[in-house]
Design a protein around this ligand. Structure first.
Ligand SMILES: NCCCC(=O)O
Length: 657
């Protein structure tokens, strides 16, 4: 159609006819190179190489064509590798580099507030390099890439999808050729990864209805028919360079994009050949590429003439002719079917990208992005239906909410009131104890030691109040929280030990009195009781000191529930059954029981945090290993990309062709 247009125009390449020698590269470098050699070795001499479609073929062909000092122009190859002028000196394209469309993904993620994405792509240099650049770009925009998987064989694909599922990322960008994309979607479907919780973003350059192939996909354990794929793909997003960004603007041929499309359909019917089927996405770019070639040749004729050269006589390896053509190609500028056509220094095209969504089997344009103006225009009149109750935008992963695990308020109030009551009661006992210290019953019970027990009990009550105060990071600084934790422990342990030591001392004295073997009345003074108390408290301080130094408290976030054991009250009668003083009216059994039970509860609490520790550690190890795998994969892909560059450069140097 484009060749006909050029050949029918009297003012474009007057006296010349454009001839196109073509063949199907089958998206395979081997086929592509064979066709290229056949074309180059047959007469007439070829003036320019047009194509290929798949970047992996184009890359090889462009390396060959430049050995012949020929210009090459592609109409759909999107690999960012082709933008490297140091490797591809004479290459142009009317389709933008895929990397120039990366902002589209960022705009889409930003629109829906997604901050995490998983990437999956087919293993080949163009896609690998594109993904490396995309990862950098996403990260610079605060979007994390949870997983980056490359696939080549069916086995890789199954593992890759499983790993993406494990990464718990619900937004997935996949760039693969259509056959592989079908397989990826099939596997995802069987893993429930195409439900409304997941969002798939795919390349938009596939043929319309690319998933319909009338064949069943057979993965290891998953089968998918076309109708299953249609169901799985409904609602996915895709984007590509817009083939007809404006349907009203007049183009260089005087047609609007709409007129052009009409004529294209007439061509399709006229030739009735399968070769035109589904070519709507590529055809406008191909058309504009031919127009660009015609304009470039038209302008080159005069400059060639100045060098005494005729276009038809230009032979291979003519560097001078090549420079003239390259000069004019770099300056081509016209309004094409695909919008304004001009080439950057790297031979690339700035284009307008279209974002589409598959709604009820039809691609609907929901926005346009201009890479030149870096501007996104959303078509908000298209409703975004997420197919979930309440039409909620899917999340990029499971929602993680940090819930501080604290003692519930009612329990806090209850505990504090109970402790305050205990403190008041103890204070009143201490007062009575001091006031009536000379009364006989009080006197024989060692009022000073009673006071020690009273104050120790108060320390335990205060520690309960401290336990119930929530010191998580939003309230206390880390240092203060640590001091808070230690003070609870020190207060409780010292209070308990002191009270217990005093009781033991008193019990021992009673035991001594009641079990006297000598006839003489035995006097045991308070000083001896203080010594027992001192020894036990000193041992406790020493133990606490060792604990504080050897295993200091660390603040960390943990999953799970805090269970409060310290309230359970029970008796530990063991001590009393072995001592005759159990029956003594002067021993406050309640207090002892509370203290012993609290200590037990504390042990249980410590066990619980040990388990949490292990769980946290395992979770941490899992995350670290996953991150390491991702890092290694990224490095591997980058290295593969570099290796391919180096291989191509080496081949070029050695002039193997
Ligand atoms: N024709 C497919 C476009 C993708 C590529 O550049 O290979």
């Amino acid at each position: 159609m484009a060749v006909d247009y050029v050949n029918n125009r009297s003012n474009l390449l007057p006296g010349y006819q454009l001839d196109l020698y073509w063949g199907d590269t089958k998206c395979d470098p081997g086929h592509g190179l064979k066709l290229l050699f056949e074309a180059l070795t047959k007469l007439p001499h070829k003036t320019l190489i047009f194509g290929a479609s798949c970047s992996q073929v184009t890359e090889y062909m462009a390396k060959v064509s430049q050995q012949y000092n020929l210009l090459q122009i592609s109409y759909i190859s999107e690999s960012p590798v082709l933008s490297n002028r140091e490797i591809f000196h004479n290459f142009f394209r009317t389709y933008p580099s895929s990397s120039s469309l990366d902002p589209v993904i960022i705009q889409l993620l930003n629109r829906f507030g997604w901050k995490k994405i998983a990437l999956i792509y087919q293993l080949q240099s163009g896609f690998s390099v594109r993904m490396s650049k995309l990862v950098e770009r996403l990260r610079s925009h605060g979007i994390s890439v949870s997983t980056r998987m490359s696939v080549r064989f069916k086995e890789d694909l199954v593992t890759a999808i499983n790993l993406i599922k494990e990464s718990q990322t619900r937004i997935i960008f996949a760039e693969l050729f259509s056959d592989k994309t079908r397989e990826v979607i099939c596997q995802a479907y069987h893993l429930n990864m195409t439900t409304s919780k997941y969002v798939w973003i795919l390349s938009g350059w596939h043929n319309p209805n690319w998933w319909i192939k009338n064949t069943t996909i057979n993965l290891s354990e998953s089968y998918c028919s076309d109708s299953v794929l249609s169901e799985a793909l409904d609602g996915h997003f895709s984007f590509n360079a817009a083939s007809s960004p404006s349907i009203t603007d007049k183009t260089v041929s005087g047609q609007s994009s709409a007129d052009w499309l009409k004529e294209f359909h007439q061509y399709q019917q006229k030739y009735n050949t399968s070769l035109f089927q589904g070519a709507e996405e590529f055809a406008p770019f191909s058309y504009d590429a031919i127009i660009a070639v015609a304009l470039m040749l038209n302008r080159s004729i005069n400059d060639l003439a100045k060098k005494n050269k005729l276009l038809e006589n230009v032979t291979y390896h003519d560097k001078e002719a090549l420079e003239i053509m390259k000069f004019h190609m770099e300056r081509v500028k016209f309004n094409g079917i695909t919008g304004p056509v001009a080439f950057s220094k790297s031979g690339d095209r700035n284009a307008i990208a279209v974002i589409k969504r598959l709604i009820d089997g039809k691609d609907v344009s929901i926005g346009y992005y201009s890479s030149e103006q870096r501007e996104m225009k959303w078509n908000y009149s298209i409703p975004i239906n997420w197919a979930n109750p309440g039409n909620k935008t899917p999340l990029d992963g499971p929602k993680i909410e940090l819930v501080p695990e604290t003692v519930p308020l009612f329990l806090q109030i209850f505990l504090c009131s109970l402790s305050a009551f205990g403190i008041l009661l103890t204070l009143s006992f201490i007062t009575l104890n001091i006031y009536y210290k000379n009364e006989k019953v009080i006197k024989i019970s060692s009022p000073n030691v009673n006071n020690v027990i009273g104050f120790s009990g108060i320390a335990c009550f205060v520690s309960v109040i401290l336990f119930s105060i929530d010191s998580h990071e939003h309230r206390f600084s880390e240092k203060l929280a640590i001091v808070h934790c230690w003070s609870q422990l020190w207060l409780f342990c010292l209070g308990f030990t002191t009270a217990y030591a005093a009781l033991i001392a008193k019990t021992w004295r009673i035991y001594k009195i009641f079990n006297k073997t000598k006839v003489k009345y035995q006097v045991i003074k308070d000083k001896q009781l203080y010594l027992i108390i001192f020894c036990m408290v000193a041992f406790e301080i020493f133990t606490l000191f060792l604990w504080t130094v050897i295993d200091p408290i660390k603040i960390k976030e943990a999953n799970g529930t805090i269970q409060l054991y310290t309230l359970w009250i029970g008796y530990d009668d063991q001590l009393f059954t072995t001592m005759p003083s159990t029956k003594s009216n002067y021993i406050d059994r309640k207090k002892v029981a509370l203290a012993v039970s609290s200590a037990r509860g504390f042990e249980k609490d410590t066990d619980l945090s040990d388990n949490e520790d292990k769980l946290m550690h395992l979770q941490y190890r899992k995350t670290t290993i996953l991150k390491e795998i991702q890092k290694l994969q990224t490095e591997l892909e980058t290295k593969k990309g570099q290796l391919e560059y180096l291989k191509s450069a080496k081949r070029e140097e050695s002039n193997a062709w």
